[in-house]
Design a protein around this ligand. Structure first.
Ligand code: GLC
Length: 793
């Protein structure tokens, strides 16, 4: 079933049926002031921390009763009938109630039409602001004058820590009180927060408040709920709270002649009373909102416009031009901070997740990537490893590490992971190549744990050292506490082929940099070690697949003969991405993936799931079959799969995997996938699940960036290198022509790709501004400010 459509022109997704299979969300603001909002206006807001700065309530894990939200109730004072502008919570019959939700880049617009009264709520957080705005327009489309009561409602938390708020009731029910003045409800929290700087306010500009309520219990009424609050049914009676639960409800009575429209602006935030008052004054001029909306659009669209593609596939255009890119920016800024599944409990950035997330935006905003790369390098320990969790309070040079008991106690991370720092290689390589900023290699950056600085080149060498100092019994990188797979504990002397391939790849990159630096001794060292590693990896090939690794006792994980988990996805794709596997070995391994792991919804992480033949470190045994790391279709690796097939030049295969993983593919069968058709999820249930194809954990997943890289660098073949730009597509053979525009190192590229002979790969001719070039490399000196490039396949 279809619930909405993509509007590529406006960079929006439009939900026309509000009864979506799960709340379909959007992100407003930033983690400084963040708001998550669904198509029915539900969700929560927070200041600085999703877990500890929660401003308004949202009840987790209650999809079928997804509540509460940023509600605006409309009541016809003559007929006494009332409804909410968002379809829920009043859920009027859909044959009488028109609902539309537009999710755009950092704004959401929810509109309603009921009894010929039109409502439109625009929700957003102004650029760099720390409060939120709901602009509500209401229009009388009937032929007579209407008297309406408009009631804006929020349910504040009593305690900014969401767990305390929900469960420590002997305490949290006795700390708040509300006041009303100047068109707003102010909530103050006493214990520890009786601080006027931290008052929460909910006010309205553009209309007078006729009655208010600051007490949730009296607003809702006993044995009622958000769908039939007594406060709306009978009108508000100016109640405030002292103890129990607070809320902000503001009722404005307005009269609209036939055809007349009025605008109210609700403001929600946490600040000093004087600031709140000033804000309400500011929004008395309701046209401020239009200006701020345009600022938001310009900000985001100007980033997205740094690459726009025009291919024969609409899904592809929508994902690359809007949604996959926007998803990448959201993971980049929000990390795993807050969603409808992540409650905000992580008190920092995961090393690998964050370094991976950066990759998704490099081609669109290299300057934003640079700052975050610096930050992550400053979270590298002097031994070369990444800090498994980089605290929000991170202070380069002064951090303790998994070697210190305090770090372990504070973060819950008992040791280093095998892969963390190795993600720096693809990320830094992409950044330097996209920007051309080779000088970055010489920039000095602190290490995390002592006040020692090293150049970026030095940081990278230490990342290699960490792997080389932690080798297992066969000479491959040890699996340690985990590699990319959080559920795989291979141990101090056990080994991971995935990490071995990552190291192989890292050797290639550091060699390129060592050559630039004329670091001859190091090149010798790298060559010798890579050669050794290569011979060890030769032994990891088991007929038609690479094994997943070894346990400390020598047991092979992922051997072809194993009764369970005998085929793993990541070692196959990474054998190719790393540059190690070539020719027959590579294609055989990738064909095995297609044969044994692929499903209509993407390839499973391994197969069969563990049930009876697992080992102690196979933590995925806790998950149901074909779910998460136990043979689920984990989404991140789909990006690597796409990239690997593209690197082999198999455009049809790359595109097939892209299409299986693509959320938009399921727009018409969204009831089955359940999640937003415009964002990636952490995983999809695999073939042995009765719900194969159902997707989980929306928005904040490394998938956004891995698929982005697989798409841009793989399928479109746009590969900046240190020497210049290579464009070498691996496309579906039925794309006879497509084009894209890209900003690259301050220049504009307008590229047309011609594929009259239906090829999947292989460029025969490149013309830049009318002049054919030799080979594939486009160097800076070939480019003007604006360039017409034709690529013939
Ligand atoms: C989750 C984690 C990520 C990990 C993956 C596989 O997505 O955030 O760090 O690599 O699971 O276990």
């Amino acid at each position: 079933m279809k619930y909405g459509f993509f509007d590529e022109q406006n960079k929006e997704y439009v939900i026309t049926n509000p009864a979506t299979p799960s709340p379909w969300a959007n992100y407003l603001g930033s983690p400084a002031y963040g708001a998550i909002i669904s198509n029915n206006a539900t969700g929560y807001s927070f200041v600085k921390s999703g877990a500890n700065g929660r401003l308004i309530r949202y009840r987790f894990n209650s999809y079928s009763n997804d509540q509460p939200g940023r509600y605006i109730y409309i009541k016809d004072l003559d007929s006494k009938e009332y409804w909410s502008n968002s379809w829920a919570p009043t859920v009027k019959p859909l044959d009488k109630f028109d609902s539309k939700c537009i999710h755009g880049t950092a704004y959401t617009i929810i509109s309603s039409k009921y009894n010929n009264i039109l409502g439109e709520a625009l929700y957003y957080v102004p650029l760099n602001a720390e409060y939120e705005v709901w602009r509500f327009k209401v229009k009388n489309n009937t032929t007579s004058t209407k008297k309406l009561a408009i009631t804006g409602f929020v349910e504040f938390t009593n305690e900014p820590n969401y767990e305390q708020d929900q469960v420590n009731l002997q305490y949290s029910l006795f700390i708040t009180s509300t006041k009303f003045y100047d068109n707003m409800i102010e909530e103050t929290i006493r214990t520890g927060h009786d601080n006027p700087e931290k008052a929460r306010f909910f006010g309205v500009a553009g209309a007078k408040v006729n009655a208010y309520c600051g007490n949730r219990e009296t607003f809702i009424g006993n044995y009622r709920n958000y769908s039939n609050p007594v406060g709306v049914e009978e009108g508000l009676k100016n109640d405030l709270n002292y103890n129990l639960n607070s809320c902000g409800a503001l009722e404005s009575v307005i009269e609209l002649k036939a055809g007349e429209e009025k605008t109210l602006v609700y403001i929600l935030g946490q600040n000093k009373t004087s600031v709140a008052k000033d804000l309400l004054k500011k929004y008395e001029k309701t046209d401020v909102c239009e200006k701020e909306l345009n600022e938001l659009k310009n900000f985001w669209h100007s980033k997205l416009n740094n690459l726009q593609v025009y291919t024969p596939d609409e899904r592809f255009n929508n994902m690359v031009n809007v949604w996959n890119s926007y998803n990448c920016f959201i993971t980049f800024t929000w990390s795993r901070a807050a969603s409808f599944q992540y409650c905000g409990l992580r008190n920092g950035f995961g090393y690998r997740d964050t370094v991976q997330d950066i990759q998704g935006i490099i081609h669109l905003a290299p300057e934003m990537a640079l700052n975050q790369i610096r930050f992550m390098l400053s979270a590298q320990v002097t031994n070369g490893a990444g800090l498994p969790l980089v605290k929000y309070t991170h202070k380069p040079g002064y951090e303790n590490t998994p070697d210190d008991p305090e770090y372990v106690k504070e973060t819950g991370h008992p040791s280093y992971r095998a892969d963390d720092a190795l993600w720096l290689f693809p990320t830094i390589y992409k950044y330097i190549s996209e920007s051309g900023n080779l000088k970055f290699l010489d920039e000095e950056i602190y290490y995390a744990n002592n006040q020692e600085k090293g150049t970026v080149y030095d940081h990278l060498k230490r990342a290699i050292d960490f792997s080389m100092n932690n080798l297992g019994n066969h000479g491959m990188p040890a699996g340690l506490h985990a590699d990319w797979n959080d559920c795989l504990r291979l141990g101090k002397k056990g080994e991971s082929t995935f990490v071995a391939f990552q190291l192989y790849y890292a050797f290639n990159i550091i060699r390129e940099y060592a050559e630039l630096k004329n670091d001859k001794e190091y090149i010798k060292y790298i060559d010798a070690e890579q050669d050794k590693l290569s011979k060890i990896l030769d032994k990891c090939y088991d007929e038609d697949r690479f094994i997943r690794g070894y346990l400390e006792n020598g047991t092979v994980i992922g051997a072809k003969k194993d009764p369970e988990a005998n085929m793993w996805l990541n070692p196959q794709s990474w054998s190719v991405i790393s540059g190690y596997a070539k020719g027959n070995i590579a294609t055989k391994a990738m064909d095995s993936v297609d044969r044994e792991l692929n499903t209509p919804y993407g390839a499973m992480l391994m197969y069969k799931p563990y049930n009876n033949h697992y080992f102690d470190g196979a933590l995925m045994i806790t998950y149901n079959n074909c779910v998460k790391e136990n043979a689920g279709i984990f989404s991140q690796p789909q990006g690597w799969l796409i990239l690997a097939e593209a690197k082999l030049g198999r455009g049809n295969q790359a595109f097939k995997y892209w299409s299986e993983a693509c959320p938009a593919t399921y727009n018409e069968t969204a009831e089955k996938r359940m999640m937003e058709p415009y964002v990636y999820g952490q995983f999809v249930e695999g073939k042995d699940s009765p719900f194969a194809g159902r997707c989980h954990v929306h928005w904040l997943t490394g998938t956004a960036s891995t698929v982005m890289v697989g798409t841009v660098e793989g399928i479109l073949g746009i590969m900046p290198t240190t020497k210049g730009l290579v464009i070498n597509p691996s496309i579906p053979s039925n794309w006879d022509k497509y084009s894209f525009v890209k900003n690259y190192r301050g220049k504009k590229l307008d590229v047309t790709v011609l594929n009259p002979n239906g090829k999947e790969h292989g460029v025969s001719k490149i013309t830049i501004n009318g002049k054919a070039i030799d080979g594939l490399l486009i160097t800076d000196d070939m480019l003007k400010a604006e360039n017409q490039i034709t690529i013939e396949m």
